[in-house]
Ligand binder design. Structure first.
Ligand SMILES: [Zn+2]
Ligand SMILES: [Zn+2]
Length: 246
């Protein structure tokens, strides 16, 4: 009886936390909602990963709300994405996305890291090409800069071969593949502020986070004027700052 009670409450808990999101071609992909980390865990995960990957830039904090696959395939809006996705393979198995070769890759294509059993262990968004030739670390991963979420750790901007998923850092990935949304369209960008450092650059094919593009905007242009105010405005999203940190 007690055992049944315990089992049914566990089931109720896990049932409540399961949902589906849909690929562009309508396949349902299983996602879960996890309880958030404690603030202590968030702080210690952030500092642990930051110190182990000093050449990567953390864009957002550790969180249980979304993982790499959910970020790359479901939604790059980190304020609203609360889904954890274990297996994104339907996004390419149902032809919503198609594989492209490394020499066709462009920003906003997806990069997936596969292990020796051909299981996709990590996904990310391609930011730009590094111009490097392939090195021995993990397929063509070093030829791109990537924006990706590291499990329940932070969202990072990193070179493709500089992350916890490759052999250099005891990861299991042995090669990467690249995928592109299976529709031809002309990018149409809009911008939304994320915080005082980053804004979203949004297109229907994917969203990337970039640092604000500040330019000086002097409200009262005469420096001898007592109300002279040098302020900075992002040319893209319009965010204003007096002392921008970027
Ligand atoms: Zn686009
Ligand atoms: Zn901006």
């Amino acid at each position: 009886m007690i055992k049944n009670l315990i089992m049914s409450s566990i089931l109720a808990l896990s049932m409540n936390s399961i949902s589906y999101v849909y690929t562009p071609h309508g396949s349902g992909v299983l996602v879960q909602v996890h309880d958030e980390l404690s603030s202590f865990q968030i702080a210690s995960y952030n500092s642990y990963t930051d110190s182990n990957f000093p050449l990567a830039t953390r864009i957002a904090s550790s969180t249980n709300h979304y993982n790499c696959h959910s970020y790359a395939w479901y939604s790059q809006n980190i304020n609203t994405n609360i889904y954890w996705m274990e297996n994104p393979s339907l996004y390419y198995a149902d032809s919503s996305y198609h594989e492209i070769s490394y020499n066709q890759v462009q920003p906003r294509d997806r990069i997936c890291y596969f292990d020796e059993n051909n299981y996709n262990i990590h996904s990310g968004m391609v930011l730009w090409l590094t111009g490097e030739v392939q090195n021995p670390v993990c397929g063509y991963s070093n030829t791109v800069m990537v924006q990706s979420k590291w499990g329940n750790k932070g969202l990072y901007q990193h070179k493709g071969d500089y992350c916890p998923y490759v052999s250099t850092y005891n990861g299991e990935a042995s090669y990467v593949k690249f995928y592109r949304l299976n529709e031809t369209h002309t990018h149409s960008f809009s911008y939304t502020c994320m915080n005082d450092i980053y804004h979203y650059e949004i297109c229907s094919c994917g969203t990337l986070l970039f640092q604000h593009n500040f330019e000086l905007n002097i409200v009262h242009p005469n420096i001898n004027n007592p109300s002279y105010i040098p302020e900075y405005v992002c040319k893209d999203c319009g965010f204003m700052a007096l002392n921008p940190s970027v």
